[in-house]
Ligand binder design. Sequence first.
Ligand SMILES: CC(C)(COP(=O)(O)OP(=O)(O)OC[C@H]1O[C@@H](n2cnc3c(N)ncnc32)[C@H](O)[C@@H]1OP(=O)(O)O)[C@@H](O)C(=O)NCCC(=O)NCCS
Length: 187
Amino acid sequence: MVELGQIGHLVIKDVKNMGGSPRRRLINLLSGMLGDSYSMQYLRGRLLKFGGAQIAVGVRIRGPIHVDELKKLSIGPGSFLNCEVYLDNTGAEIRIGENVIVGFRVSMTTSNHDMETREIISKPITIGDWVWIGACSTILPGVTIGKGAVVAGGAVVASDVMPYTVVGGVPARMIKKLDLPKQKIAL
Ligand SMILES: CC(C)(COP(=O)(O)OP(=O)(O)OC[C@H]1O[C@@H](n2cnc3c(N)ncnc32)[C@H](O)[C@@H]1OP(=O)(O)O)[C@@H](O)C(=O)NCCC(=O)NCCS
């Protein structure tokens, strides 16, 4: 049987093994311990805000979520991040607008390695308001996704996406243009 003392020891060991600043490690650990109810999803957003991220009111995050640098993350009101989102923002900011839906297992990475020196080269990622990013997509460094755009599931987005268009594939190409928004969304 596992005793409470052992659990405490394991938690401290987990925090030590996580990497990053002690505060970020603690936030990551606590975030991972929260459940999946609506209130826990809101609480996860509040927790990231406490850690230094700019998280607007009403943001829901299912978790588990990986964020490299809480201070380089902003998420606008009404946005929802599904489970297992991976945000690699060590070198540059990730800005997510209002009423954005990020599907499960989406990853956004702001860093490339120089082909010769392997030095890290970082560029920010910007996700416009009312964007929907389909599950298992990857958003690469420097990409801006325009307002109201849709990224199809499994896409690898290597260049900017025009507002109100649907893109998909590897690398992502335009599939079609969208009508003007109805501004209705069910999260
Ligand atoms: C893109 C998507 C929204 C469908 O849009 P749609 O307007 O109904 O598109 P259609 O099914 O009519 O397909 C239009 C074209 O896009 C292609 N397409 C559809 N989904 C695609 C995808 N994920 N990747 C690449 N191409 C795709 C179709 O093959 C079709 O190509 P064609 O015109 O050459 O035949 C949907 O396929 C998708 O990817 N949904 C994501 C689901 C998801 O991630 N859910 C998690 C919820 S957070």
